[in-house]
Design a protein around this ligand. Structure first.
Ligand SMILES: NC(=O)c1ccc[n+]([C@@H]2O[C@H](COP(=O)([O-])OP(=O)(O)OC[C@H]3O[C@@H](n4cnc5c(N)ncnc54)[C@H](O)[C@@H]3O)[C@@H](O)[C@H]2O)c1
Length: 721
């Protein structure tokens, strides 16, 4: 809560006031903490027994920055809202930095955002070796608000300060020391004593009294600064045109002086905090934390069981990625393939995944060897007798998976969790030939599995809560964001996004251009359009998934022949270097005029003629035609209780499909448009283009009642989960 937290103060022998920020778990800077900090500073300045001040944080964290609840308070115009200019200018600058007694920051852990900004008003900074320092505010759609845009460039130079702010990337203590952002690194045991000694040294003129805001020695000359800012503006435009940046504010400080810069910073923050981008990113922040709270599962008091060894069946694209993810978190992995040739290929893929980390400097050669030694390759089930978790990732074929699960039941210990990475197949069908339905669950990763952050945990009506708790724990240990969903064809993520490709195929059959659709979707903010995505997933998997939807809900997919025609000709997607695009040795997708012959044949087979009205649609309308059916499917998923809450689908869309986070996720974005408008457009398109656009009853009801789609109150009463 915004009201939470405080600072504590004790005066140590020798006359140093030790002010400790206390607001567990990350010592977030709530309004209370900030005003308490000011009060303690003023007390320290008044007291005759205090000569100097040391600021630190409680419990191994200096401060994680501004309390994100505070954003909500500002946006809702709450009475006790944060006055940024008051904190930045009156508190930080005129009280803390201008104090007549020196202060030193004792950085005992992460100092991020407002945390780093507090440390930068101090006359010196001492840290422990594991501390991290950064200004990651852009991740929440705002800029640093407590003077960070002015002080960081004055401490480390403009180029480095821009890198840290624009990339939202913290640096480690050692680098911060090299940059002179930190004055000394000491062991945790020596931290407070050293900081107190430095503070007294400054007060007694044995060390210089440095006033950060008055420094110019690290700043580039105005001409150089202008060039650097010009380059940075171009980069920002290219990479994330939607995100606002602090470049104008920094420039103001360099051109007109830091006081003007501080004023501009406060105005810019106050403006940005009300932006849709900031509101969306704050929603994403809280929604992500809420995914691990699953009613009826995580409120039962169950403890996760220890998973010491994991087996993976299938070392293809997904199996090798999943193995990599597990090994990177130190899980010993047994990888099973059908024969030595496929096993070697799977192991090579894992090696390549790890080697890429070595190349990027994220892993040393020694750690590479150690990580690889966690892997055991096998071609039978003998080594499965002591595993605690199996993740099956064989081909998307019901019969093959049923046989694998029957084998797993035979070879694995009875406590072992049996998970499948299937994209679409109903868990009840996969476990049909076993008596182990209670320990069968979905552990659905997204490609590439060692990179993509989402883990969709699927539970059927039979899956025990203990199994879900175990998978949530493994998910957390391998640093994935888990979303727990119910069982159905395609589960939450693939089902919700099946219209993304299905509608795109329909539009192409009716005259629209493949590459135009991909272009508008990427401009909307998707990492790839539907056709580039189909290339990545591979047409084999796409066709198998399509069959599942056709069998289980026949009206839900388009029957375009475009993919089967290309598949027949051995154009199977990126893996074959030819799909909707061609790939010449690297991953760059190049439009290929050869596909038009397939497009024309597919249109002939569908019996369609180019729809002139469709061809006149502008980019926004194309986006709506592709995404409103996705919203409609998300509504179905909610109404059936497949997802626990709308915000889980927001996270699933962002972390599983790359939906742009600055739009807040699929349902959040839908609510920004309004159910009424979405319903009206879908109804119109249903008349023209058929049942793929038919609005579901959940959407229709909410449109009629004017209720947000994220409001599931009514529906939850009906829902199974
Ligand atoms: N490709 C994707 O983007 C993606 C994403 C999420 C989930 N999935 C799902 O993951 C699963 C695997 O997909 P993939 O793309 O890795 O397929 P893939 O064809 O690359 O790999 C499948 C592997 O399973 C092996 N295999 C088959 N039967 C086996 C058995 N009895 N024992 C051991 N190994 C066996 C095959 O030899 C092959 O190497 C599928 O269910 C798919 O739907 C795929």
């Amino acid at each position: 809560m915004a009201e939470k937290g405080r600072t504590e103060m004790e005066v140590r022998p020798g006359g140093v006031a030790l002010i400790t920020i206390s607001n567990p778990p990350v010592n977030a800077l709530s309004i209370h903490v900030l005003y308490s900090l000011k009060d303690h500073y003023e007390e320290a300045l008044r007291r005759n027994d205090v000569k100097a001040i040391v600021v630190t944080g409680k419990g191994g964290v200096f401060s994680g920055g501004l309390d994100i609840n505070t954003f909500g308070a500002i946006q809702r115009n709450k009475a006790e809202q944060l006055k940024v200019d008051y904190v930045s200018i009156d508190v930080m600058t005129n009280t803390l930095e201008a104090a007549g007694k020196p202060s030193v920051a004792a950085i005992n852990g992460p100092a991020l955002g407002g945390g780093l900004e507090i440390s930068m008003v101090c006359q010196a900074r001492i840290s422990i070796p594991t501390a991290q320092l950064g200004l990651p505010e852009l991740q929440l759609g705002v800029i640093p608000a407590f003077g960070g845009t002015q002080r960081l460039p004055r401490l480390v130079g403009l180029t480095k300060a821009l890198e840290m702010m624009l990339m939202s990337k913290p640096i480690k203590a050692e680098e911060a020391h090299q940059l002179a952002l930190i004055d000394a690194i000491v062991s945790p045991n020596d931290l407070l004593n050293t900081a107190c000694r430095w503070a007294l040294d400054i007060s007694e003129s044995r060390r210089p009294w440095v006033h950060t805001l008055s420094r110019t020695d690290k700043l580039e000359s105005p001409d150089e600064a202008r060039e650097i800012l010009k380059f940075a503006r171009a980069q920002v435009q290219k990479q994330a045109a939607n995100l606002r940046h602090p470049l104008d504010v920094i420039e103001e400080g360099i051109v007109s002086g830091p006081q003007a810069g501080l004023r501009k910073e406060a105005i810019a923050f106050q403006d940005l905090v009300f932006s849709d981008t900031c509101k969306s990113l704050v929603h994403v922040f809280f929604s992500q934390r809420a995914t691990s709270k699953v009613p009826g599962i995580t409120d039962l008091g169950l403890m996760p069981r220890k998973v010491s060894k994991v087996a993976i069946v299938g070392g293809g694209l997904m199996g090798s990625g999943i193995a990599t993810a597990l090994m990177l978190s130190n899980y010993p992995v047994v990888l099973k393939e059908v024969n030595d040739k496929f096993l070697d290929a799977g192991i090579d893929r894992i090696k390549a995944n790890l080697q890429s980390r070595v190349r990027k400097g994220k892993m040393t050669k020694e750690i590479y060897e150690k990580t690889l030694s966690l892997l055991t390759g096998v071609v039978d089930y003998e080594r499965f007798k002591d595993v605690d978790l199996v993740i099956e990732a064989v081909v998307e074929n019901v019969k093959v998976k049923q046989q694998v699960f029957a084998d797993l039941e035979r070879y694995c210990p009875s406590h072992c969790v049996l998970a499948t990475n299937t994209s679409t197949i109903d868990l009840d069908l996969i476990g049909e030939k076993t008596n182990s339905q209670d320990r069968i669950a979905g552990a659905h990763f997204f490609s590439p599995a060692h990179v993509m952050p989402l883990l969709e945990i699927v539970r059927s009506n039979h899956t025990s809560p203990q199994v879900v708790v175990d998978l949530l724990d493994v998910g957390k240990k391998i640093k994935k964001t888990p979303v727990v969903v119910g069982n159905c064809t395609g589960f939450a993520v693939n089902r919700m996004f099946s219209p993304y490709t299905s509608i795109a195929l329909l539009l192409v059959d009716r005259g629209m251009d493949v590459y135009k659709i991909d272009q508008v979707c990427t401009e909307f903010g998707m990492p790839m359009g539907p056709f580039r995505l189909l290339d990545l997933v591979g047409f084999g998997v796409a066709l198998a998934s399509g069959m599942q939807y056709l069998e289980n809900s026949p009206g839900s997919v388009d029957k375009s022949m475009l993919i089967p025609l290309m598949f027949e000709d051995k154009r199977t997607g990126e893996a074959s270097q030819k799909g909707f695009y061609k790939y010449e040795g690297n991953r760059k997708a190049i439009p290929d005029p050869d596909i038009f012959k397939y497009v024309e044949k597919s249109r002939r087979m569908a019996g369609t003629v180019p729809d002139l009205e469709l061809l006149k649609l502008d980019d926004k309308e194309i986006v709506e035609m592709v995404f409103f059916p996705v919203i409609n499917e998300a509504c179905q998923v909610l109404s059936e209780g497949i997802a626990n809450k709308a915000s889980d689908l927001d996270i699933a869309s962002i972390f599983g499909m790359g939906f742009p986070p600055y739009r807040g996720g699929i349902v959040y974005w839908a609510d920004s448009i309004g159910a009424k408008r979405i319903h009206a457009r879908l109804s119109e398109w249903e008349m023209k283009h058929g049942q793929l656009f038919r609005p579901c009853s959940y959407l229709s009801e909410r449109a009629a009642e004017g209720v947000p789609l994220s409001s599931t109150a009514k529906n939850n009463a009906k829902a199974r989960m």
